[in-house]
Design a protein around this ligand. Structure first.
Ligand SMILES: [Zn+2]
Length: 705
C-alpha cells in the first residue's frame, strides 16, 4: 500500500518560511521546532524535539501562510502566465507542506489520544483550505484563461502536463459548480473527512482492544514454538504473565489460525477479527460506511458523473467501471472454481482424520497448512530461520544495488520518531545523495494495521536544485520472540520487498513538480509488486536467506519446494482479494440515493458472485480501511493491485527474458520510476516494453490458466 501525502499538497509550497513577527507562541513554552528551519542532517524532521502540542500551531500557521499566498496569486493584477499562476500555485504553502506530512505520518504510525484529538481539529481546517483553493473563482479564472489559451502558449511538454493536471484538479474539485452546489460540495467534503477519521479511530480501537487469553498449555497444541513464545511475550506485556495472548495483529492472528488445533479458539479469534466495528455501540462503523458511500455518490452526481467510481476511474488507467469489472470477472470464475476444489480437498482431509463437521472460515488456513505440508513437505516455520528481518532488508538493498547501482547505508546519527525506527542513506553508484529511507517494522498500539510506504518530503526542483526525498516504510512484522531475533514469514518477506519497491519509486522520482510526482492508483503498485519477484529468485535468496544461527544459505531443496508451492492456495488468495475488490466497486458504482443498510448491501454483493461460504472477503466493509479509512485513497481502487499485477508480471517477464539484472532492462524500468506522473503511464510502459501489457503472465503465475 502506498500513502500519498494529502491531495491538497498538489497546490502547495515555495516562498521561504517567513514567520518572524507572526510566529505563534509555543504552548509548551519553548520554541516550536516545526516553525523554524531544520538544521538536522539532510533536513530530516527533528523528531526528538517535536511534541504533539507543536503540531496544531504549526499547521494553523501553515494554513494562514498558504491562504495569503493563494490570495496574492488570485488577485495578481498582471495577466496570468505559467510562472505567476501555475508555478506559483505549485510552490505555495511551503510551511504546510513541510509540517503536514510529519503530522499525517505520526497519525498513521505512532498516534495516541492527543494526536487523534488534534487530527479531529485539523482535518476540517485542511479540507476547508483545499475547497477554498479549488472553489476560488478568481484563481480558477486565471487557470482557465491559461487552459483556454493552451494551443497558443507553446509550453514545453512537462509544463503543458502541469497545466492540464492543475486545470483538471480545479474542475474535479468543483470549480465549475454553481454557488449553491459549491456550498453542498463543501459540506460533503467536510463530512467525508470527519467520517474517514472516525472510521480509522474506531478500527484502531477494535483492533487493539481484543485479546485471546489462553490460560492452559493444552490449548496451545499445534502451535510452533515461536508462536507460543510470541504469545507468552504478548501476555507479559499485557500484564498476564504465565499465560499466552493472541491479538488481531497480523503476526499474531494468522499463525494462530494456521496452526492451533483448538477449533473453538480459532473460531473465537477469527470471529473477533471479522466482526470488528460491527457490534453496535460507539465503535460500530456500519453507518459510517453507508454514509460515506452515499455522500461520495452524491458528490459524483454534483460533478456530473454517474457514480463515485466513474469519477475516480476517469483518472486511472482503467478509465471506466466496466473495464474494472471486466478484469475482475475474467479472473473470478476460474479463481472461484479453484477455491472450491481447495475446499473439497480440505473436507476430504477432515473426513480422513475422522472429523464429521463441514469446514468453515476458521478452518481454512489450518487445513490448507496441513495439505501444504503433505503435498510439498513445506513447513513455513522451517523457512523463518532463514528470513531474519535484517538479512531480508539487506536482500532488498542488494536488489536495488544490482539493478540500479544504489547503495543503502545505516545512518544511526539521524533522529527517528521511535526507538524501533532505523534510518538509512541512499546513494547513487557515484556517491551522489539520493534520499533518506526510514524503516519502521513492528506492530504497536499507536500504529494502524497493514503495511505502507509514505514520505516526509517529496522530490521536486527548487531554485534549479533537486529537493531530495525522505521516505518511510511502515509495516507490522513479527517481532523478536523469546531469544530469537525477528524472523519473517514468507508473506512478510514479500511485503518487505513490496514496500521497498514503493520507496524506490519515491526515492528515484525526478519529477520537477510535486503535482506530477505520483502514478495513478492502478499503476502505483507496479513498482512495488515487481520487487516481490526478485525476493524469491534463487540467485537472490542465496545472498540474503541465511540461517540466523549458523549462517548457512537456504538449501536448494527448500527453495525448490517454495517454487513448487507457489501456486498452492491461489484459489483462496485470489478469491478473498477479488471479493474485496468487487465489494469496493459495488459500493462505489451506486447512484446517488439514501444511505444503504451496510449488512444487507454487503450480503447481496457477495451473494451475487456466489462467494464460497468458507471464505470471508479480505476486508469486510466495517474494517475496509483502504476505502473507508482517512482519505479513503483506494475507494474504487482496491482492484489496483491486480490491475498493476498484469503490468508487473508482464514487466518482470522482460527481466526473465533478458536476465534478472540486465542493465539495459533495469535502465528502462528505472526510467518509469523516474518519470512518475510526468507522462501517461501507458506511454511509459510501452516505451519500456515496446508494446502494451499482456494478461498471460499473470494468469500463468496464479495458475488460472
Ligand atoms: Zn503497495
Amino acid at each position: 500500500m502506498i500513502v500519498r501525502t494529502s491531495v491538497f499538497l498538489l497546490l502547495v509550497a515555495a516562498l521561504p518560511i517567513v514567520l518572524s513577527g507572526q510566529q505563534p507562541a509555543d504552548p509548551a513554552g519553548g520554541p516550536n521546532p516545526l516553525l523554524r528551519p531544520w538544521t538536522t542532517p539532510f533536513g530530516v524532521p527533528p523528531f526528538g524535539e517535536i511534541k504533539p502540542e507543536h503540531f496544531l500551531p504549526a499547521i494553523k500557521a501553515g494554513i494562514a501562510q498558504q491562504r495569503q499566498e493563494i490570495d496574492a496569486i488570485a488577485n495578481n493584477p498582471q495577466p496570468p502566465t505559467f510562472a505567476n499562476t501555475l508555478e506559483a500555485l505549485e510552490n505555495a504553502g511551503e510551511l504546510l507542506s513541510t509540517v503536514s506530512p510529519v503530522f499525517s505520518n505520526m497519525q498513521s504510525s505512532n498516534t495516541n489520544e492527543q494526536l487523534q484529538a488534534i487530527n479531529r481539529e485539523v482535518a476540517p481546517l485542511l479540507t476547508a483550505l483545499r475547497d477554498d483553493i479549488r472553489l476560488n473563482p478568481a484563481l480558477f479564472a486565471r487557470v482557465k484563461t491559461l487552459w483556454d489559451a493552451r494551443a497558443s502558449l507553446t509550453l514545453p511538454p512537462i509544463q503543458a502536463r502541469l497545466l492540464e493536471e492543475q486545470y483538471k484538479s480545479f474542475v474535479r474539485g468543483g470549480a465549475n459548480l454553481s454557488p449553491e452546489q459549491k456550498a453542498r460540495f463543501r459540506q460533503i467534503n467536510g463530512e467525508l473527512s470527519a467520517l474517514g477519521i472516525r472510521f480509522g479511530d474506531n478500527l484502531l480501537h477494535d483492533t487493539n482492544s481484543y485479546r485471546l487469553v489462553v490460560g492452559s498449555a493444552a490449548d496451545l497444541k499445534g502451535l510452533p514454538p515461536s508462536v507460543v513464545a510470541a504469545g507468552a511475550d504478548a501476555a507479559k506485556a499485557a500484564g498476564e504473565a504465565g499465560k499466552w495472548v493472541y491479538t488481531l495483529q497480523a503476526p499474531s492472528i494468522w499463525p494462530f489460525l494456521q496452526y492451533a488445533d483448538n477449533r473453538e479458539l480459532r473460531r473465537q479469534i477469527l470471529t473477533a477479527y471479522t466482526t470488528r466495528n460491527d457490534g453496535g455501540g460507539q465503535y460500530d462503523n456500519k453507518a459510517i460506511v453507508a454514509q460515506q458511500a452515499a455522500l461520495r455518490a452524491e458528490r459524483a452526481q454534483l460533478l456530473g458523473y454517474k457514480s463515485h467510481a466513474d469519477f475516480v476511474l476517469e483518472e486511472n488507467m482503467a478509465k471506466t467501471p466496466d473495464r474494472v469489472y471486466a478484469l475482475l470477472n475474467q479472473l473470478w470464475e476460474p479463481a472461484r472454481a479453484m477455491a472450491i476444489r481447495e475446499a473439497a480437498d480440505q473436507q476430504a482431509l477432515v473426513k480422513a482424520s475422522g472429523g464429521t463437521f463441514t469446514i468453515e472460515a476458521a478452518d481454512w488456513r489450518y487445513y490448507q497448512e496441513k495439505i501444504k505440508q503433505q503435498r510439498f513437505a513445506l513447513d513455513e516455520q522451517a523457512l523463518r530461520p532463514y528470513f531474519k528481518l535484517d538479512n531480508v532488508r539487506q536482500g532488498a538493498f542488494y536488489v536495488a544495488n544490482r539493478l540500479y547501482g544504489l547503495t543503502v547505508a545505516p545512518r544511526p546519527d539521524l533522529p527517528t520518531y521511535h526507538p524501533e525506527v532505523q534510518a538509512f542513506e541512499v546513494k547513487e553508484a557515484d556517491g551522489t545523495h539520493v534520499g533518506i529511507f526510514y524503516t519502521d517494522y513492528h506492530p504497536r498500539p499507536g500504529k494502524r494495521v497493514g503495511a505502507w510506504s509514505s514520505s516526509f518530503r517529496s522530490t521536486r526542483m527548487k531554485d534549479g536544485k533537486r529537493v531530495t526525498p525522505v521516505v518511510v516504510n511502515v509495516c507490522n512484522f513479527s517481532r523478536p520472540a523469546g531469544d530469537e531475533p525477528a524472523l519473517l514469514t514468507l508473506e512478510e518477506v514479500g511485503t518487505l520487498f513490496h514496500e521497498f519497491g514503493h520507496a524506490l519509486n519515491s526515492l528515484l522520482s525526478q519529477s520537477p513538480y510535486r503535482g506530477l510526482g505520483g502514478f495513478p492508483r492502478d499503476f502505483v503498485e507496479v513498482p512495488s509488486q515487481i520487487m516481490e519477484n526478485w525476493a524469491l529468485e534463487p540467485e537472490v535468496l542465496k545472498v540474503y536467506a541465511k540461517h540466523y544461527k549458523t549462517g548457512e544459505v537456504i538449501p536448494a531443496a527448500l527453495v525448490e519446494k517454495i517454487k513448487k508451492a507457489e501456486q498452492f492456495d491461489q484459489g483462496f488468495i485470489t478469491v478473498e482479494y477479488l471479493a474485496a475488490c468487487l465489494l469496493d466497486m459495488d459500493w462505489h458504482t451506486l447512484p446517488a440515493g439514501p444511505a444503504r443498510d451496510t449488512t444487507a448491501f454487503e450480503h447481496a454483493s457477495m451473494a451475487k458472485v456466489r462467494l464460497p461460504r468458507e471464505i470471508v472477503p479480505r476486508y469486510r466493509s466495517t474494517y475496509f480501511n483502504h476505502i473507508f479509512g482517512p482519505g479513503g485513497g483506494y475507494s474504487s481502487g482496491y482492484y489496483a493491485y491486480i490491475w498493476s499485477e498484469v503490468l508487473d508480471q508482464d514487466a518482470f517477464e522482460a527481466f526473465r527474458e533478458k536476465g534478472l539484472f540486465d542493465q539495459a532492462t533495469a535502465r528502462g524500468f528505472r526510467t518509469i520510476l523516474e518519470q512518475g506522473g510526468t507522462d501517461d503511464p501507458m506511454n511509459l510502459y510501452k516505451a519500456f516494453r515496446g508494446r502494451e501489457p499482456s494478461v498471460e503472465p499473470l494468469l500463468r503465475k496464479r495458475g488460472l490458466k
